[in-house]
Design a protein around this ligand. Structure first.
Ligand code: NOJ
Length: 618
C-alpha cells in the first residue's frame, strides 16, 4: 500500500481500513457524521494543514500515531465491491448456529452454595436444547484466584474449585455433544493471573526464562510509561524487592503476556491444542486484539489518552504483529482441529474487522465489535435513553459493507454490560415489547446470534441499593476513583448505571436465589422464552433468514423495515423503533404473518416487530 505522509489528504487516510475505523471512532465520540469527511472540503485538506488546525484540540500526536498505524498495515483491503464479492456466503455450522453464553458463576448452582457450577450447567442442557441453541460459550472455568471472576487464570489446565472438577467438565462436554450441541471455551491469553506459575517463576528469579514471558521493566523511580489500566490507575505494578515494574492492562492481578516471545506463543498454542484434543469446538478469545504491543512500549499520546480515556491504547489495540499471531494460532491449532473462533476486539471497527475475519485471511471466523452498545458520545456509565435508530443505522452500515466473505456476530448483551433493554427504555411498561423487538431483530438479521444467559427470560437491570451489593473489580475500583471527585451517592449512581454486575446476578431459577434480597430476584417472563424458542426454530427452518440477502425497505425515523430473501423464500420484517404507536408501512399483500402475537392491523403498537413471509404460489 502507498505510504501516506503529512501531504496526504484526510480522505486518503479515511480510505484505509485503520484510518476509516480510527477516524470513525473520533467522529462517533464527537457525534459527527462521516459526511463531514466524505462530503465537505475538509476531506480534501492535507494532513499537515489539519495538524495545524487541530493543534489545540488533538495535538500532532494523534495524527502521527494514526499515520504510523496506517503505514504499518501492509495488507491491501480486499476489493469489496458487490461484483468482487462471492455471490453467496460459504456455509458453516457456526453461521447457522445460535450461540448461548454462560457466565458459570451465576448460571446454575447445583449444590446450593450460591455459586453456579459445571454440574449445574450439565443439568440445564435439556433446557438449552429445548430453547434451540446449537452451541454454548462458557466464560472462563479455569483455576483462578477470581480477582476478575476467572478472567485471571492461574492454571489453564485445571478447573476452578468452586465450579467442580475436570471430571465434571468432561461430563459436561460429553453430554453437550451427545445432545448435538457444541462447546466453546473462553481463551484468556492477553494476560495470566499473577498467581500463574509462569509469573511466579518470573517474579522470583530475574534470570528465569519466564521473566521475558511478561513485561518486566527496571525501576528507575517511576512507571516505565504512562499507560493506564482499564480498571483504573496506572497499568504498572511495582515490585520493590525486585527493583522492577510489570505491566497489567486490566486488574493488578492480570499480568500481560509478552507475545513477541516465541516461547509464550508455543506454550499458549500447546494449551489450546490440549483443549481442542479434549474435544472442545472452539474459542471466544478475550481482548485478543491487544496481544501485540508496540516495541519499546512508548508513552501514549496525551490527546488520544484523554479522548479515549485510556493512555497508551494506540500502542496495542491493533499492534504490529496482530495478524501474524492470529494466523499462527489458526495454522498451528484451530485449522488442524476445524475449530471455531470468535475474537473479542474492543475498538476494532468494520474495516479493520474485515482484515481479521475475511475468509481469505485465515485469522478468525468472527469478531465482537462493540460500537452498537452505546450511542455516539456515550459510555456505559452514562444514564440515558438509547435510541434504536442508532442501532438500525449501525446494523445497516455493517450489513451493506461487510461482504459475503465476512460474517457478523449479533448480540446486545454479555457479562460486561448492563442489559440493553434497560438502556432503551426506563419505563418498565415497555420492557417486554423492547425485549421482543430486540429478539426479532437478532434472529432475523444476517449473522450469528449470541444469546446472553437470561436474555431469554426477559431479565433487565437490577436496582442495586449500595456498593456493597456489587462484586465486580471494575466497579469497585471505579467507585474508589469517583469518590475523589464525587459525593458517595453520586459515585454510586454512576456505577449503578454501568456496572457489569447487572448481568452477573445468579439466574432466578436457582433455589439459592432465595438468599438474595428481593430486589435482586426477577421473575422470568415465559412469553419471552416462548418467543425465543419460536424465533430460533424459525431461523433454523428457513435458510433465507440465515444466508439470505439483506435489503433495507425503509429506514425512516423510528422505522426499520427489511427483507431477507434467498431466491426460494422471502421474509419482510417491520419494526417500530419507538414508544409511540405508528401506522404500518409495509402492505403485506401476498404475504402471511409469522409469529405476530399483536396481529397485523394497520397500526404497530410501541416497539412492535412483525415478521411476514411471502406466500408461495400454490
Ligand atoms: C474482557 C472480558 O470480557 C472481561 O470480563 C474481562 O474483565 C477483561 N476482558 C479482562 O480479561
Amino acid at each position: 500500500m502507498k505510504e501516506l505522509t503529512q501531504s496526504s489528504t484526510l480522505k486518503e487516510l479515511y480510505s484505509t481500513p485503520i484510518g476509516h475505523d480510527t477516524i470513525g471512532r473520533v467522529l462517533l465520540q464527537l457525534n459527527l457524521s462521516e459526511k463531514w469527511i466524505t462530503g465537505s472540503f475538509i476531506g480534501n485538506l492535507k494532513l499537515k494543514t489539519l495538524m495545524k488546525l487541530t493543534k489545540k484540540s488533538l495535538g500532532e500526536g494523534f495524527w502521527n500515531a494514526l499515520l504510523h498505524l496506517i503505514n504499518q498495515e501492509k495488507d491491501l483491503p480486499l476489493d469489496r465491491t458487490p461484483e468482487a464479492m462471492p455471490k453467496e456466503p460459504k456455509k458453516a455450522w457456526w453461521k447457522e448456529a445460535v450461540i448461548y453464553q454462560i457466565y458459570p458463576r451465576s448460571f446454575a448452582d447445583s449444590n446450593g452454595d450460591g455459586i453456579g457450577d459445571l454440574k449445574g450447567i450439565t443439568e440445564k442442557l435439556d433446557y438449552l436444547k429445548e430453547l434451540g441453541v446449537n452451541a454454548i460459550w462458557l466464560s472462563p472455568v479455569y483455576d483462578s484466584p477470581n480477582d476478575d471472576n476467572g478472567y485471571d487464570i492461574r492454571d489453564y489446565r485445571k478447573i476452578m474449585t468452586e465450579f467442580g472438577t475436570m471430571e465434571d467438565f468432561d461430563e459436561l462436554l460429553k453430554k453437550t455433544h451427545e445432545k448435538g450441541m457444541r462447546l466453546i471455551m473462553d481463551l484468556v491469553v492477553n494476560h495470566t493471573s499473577d498467581e500463574h506459575e509462569w509469573f511466579q517463576k518470573a517474579l522470583q528469579d530475574p534470570d528465569s526464562k519466564y521473566r521475558d514471558y511478561y513485561f518486566f521493566r527496571e525501576d528507575t523511580g517511576k512507571e516505565p510509561n504512562n499507560w493506564v489500566s482499564f480498571f483504573g490507575g496506572t497499568a504498572w505494578n511495582r515490585y520493590p524487592e525486585q527493583n522492577a515494574w510489570a505491566l497489567h492492562l486490566f486488574s493488578k492481578k492480570q499480568m500481560d503476556l509478552n507475545w513477541d516471545n516465541p516461547n509464550v506463543r508455543d506454550d499458549v498454542i500447546d494449551m489450546i491444542n490440549w483443549w481442542l484434543d479434549k474435544g472442545v469446538d472452539g474459542f471466544r478469545m478475550d481482548v485478543i486484539n491487544y496481544i501485540s504491543k508496540e516495541a519499546g512500549l512508548p508513552n501514549g499520546d496525551e490527546a488520544i489518552g484523554s479522548m479515549m480515556m485510556f493512555y497508551g491504547i494506540e500502542h496495542y489495540y491493533y499492534g504490529p504483529h496482530l495478524h501474524e499471531y492470529l494466523k499462527e494460532i489458526q495454522d498451528k491449532a484451530f485449522r488442524p482441529h476445524g475449530a471455531f473462533s470468535v475474537g473479542e476486539t474492543p475498538g476494532v471497527g468494520r474495516e479493520m474487522a474485515k482484515l481479521i475475519t475475511g475468509e481469505e485471511r485465515g485469522e478468525l471466523d468472527m469478531i465482537f465489535s462493540f460500537d452498537q452498545l452505546d450511542m455516539p458520545g456515550r459510555i456505559r456509565f452514562d444514564y440515558y435513553e438509547y435510541d434504536l435508530n442508532y442501532y438500525r443505522d449501525y446494523i445497516i452500515d455493517w450489513m451493506e459493507h461487510y461482504g459475503n466473505n465476512c460474517w457478523m456476530s449479533l448480540f446486545y448483551n454479555n457479562h460486561d454490560n448492563p442489559r440493553m433493554v434497560s438502556k432503551v427504555t426506563k419505563d418498565p411498561a415497555f420492557n417486554v415489547p423492547v425485549e421482543k423487538l430486540l429478539a426479532v431483530m437478532q434472529f432475523t438479521l444476517k449473522g450469528t446470534p449470541f444469546v446472553y444467559q437470561g436474555d431469554e427470560m426477559g431479565l433487565t437491570n437490577y436496582d442495586f441499593h449500595s456498593i456493597e451489593e456489587l462484586s465486580d473489580v471494575e466497579s469497585k475500583n471505579r467507585y474508589r476513583e469517583l469518590l475523589k471527585m464525587h459525593a458517595p451517592e453520586e459515585a454510586f449512581r454512576i456505577i449503578r448505571t454501568g456496572t457489569r454486575d447487572h448481568s452477573r446476578v445468579l439466574l432466578p431459577w436457582n433455589e439459592s436465589v432465595k438468599n438474595l434480597p428481593d430486589h435482586l430476584i426477577q421473575q422470568p417472563d415465559e412469553s419471552i422464552t416462548e418467543l425465543y424458542k419460536d424465533l430460533i426454530r424459525l431461523r433454523r427452518e428457513h435458510p433465507a433468514l440465515i444466508y439470505g440477502t439483506f435489503k433495507v425497505l425503509s429506514r425512516k425515523k423510528n422505522r426499520f423495515v427489511y427483507e431477507r430473501s434467498d431466491g426460494s423464500e422471502n421474509f419482510v420484517i417491520e419494526c417500530n423503533l419507538s414508544k409511540d404507536a405508528r401506522p404500518a408501512l409495509f402492505r403485506p399483500d401476498g404475504y402471511e404473518p409469522v409469529l405476530n402475537p399483536q396481529g397485523t392491523g394497520p397500526v404497530l403498537t410501541p416497539y412492535e416487530a412483525r415478521i411476514y413471509r411471502k406466500k408461495t404460489e400454490a
